[in-house]
Design a protein around this ligand. Structure first.
Ligand SMILES: [Zn+2]
Length: 108
């Protein structure tokens, strides 16, 4: 078993767990809820992600990189810039909060 990554929280750990297992890299989450009970470990230790089969580690790292790139792209797409006034507008809105202009089509 090889340690792959230290997610920042339980949610990221679970997302990665699902993602990697879906791509046939067997992983387990350690540290999680049991951290307080594990003798000698500090209680604030976060969950860690481990690849079950050593041979899957390289693929696990590759998938981890892809997962993080995707997450970054998603958060980029969440905000758009108004073509009229240049303000940043949250992706939930289709109109600029500042000048009322609609979201510009991408491309062209
Ligand atoms: Zn605007």
């Amino acid at each position: 078993m090889q340690r792959l990554y230290e997610p920042r929280d339980r949610i990221e750990a679970q997302l990665l767990y699902d993602f990697l297992n879906r791509h046939r890299v067997g992983v387990v989450i350690l540290g999680d809820y049991l951290s307080g009970a594990a003798g000698g470990l500090p209680v604030d230790i976060g969950p860690t992600l481990w690849v079950v089969e050593d041979a899957d580690l390289a693929r696990g790292r590759e998938l981890l990189g892809r997962f993080q790139a995707d997450a970054l792209r998603r958060s980029d797409a969440a905000t758009w810039h108004c073509a009229g006034c240049g303000e940043s507008v949250d992706g939930d809105f289709d109109l600029c909060w500042n000048c009322g202009q609609g979201r510009a089509e991408t491309g062209s």
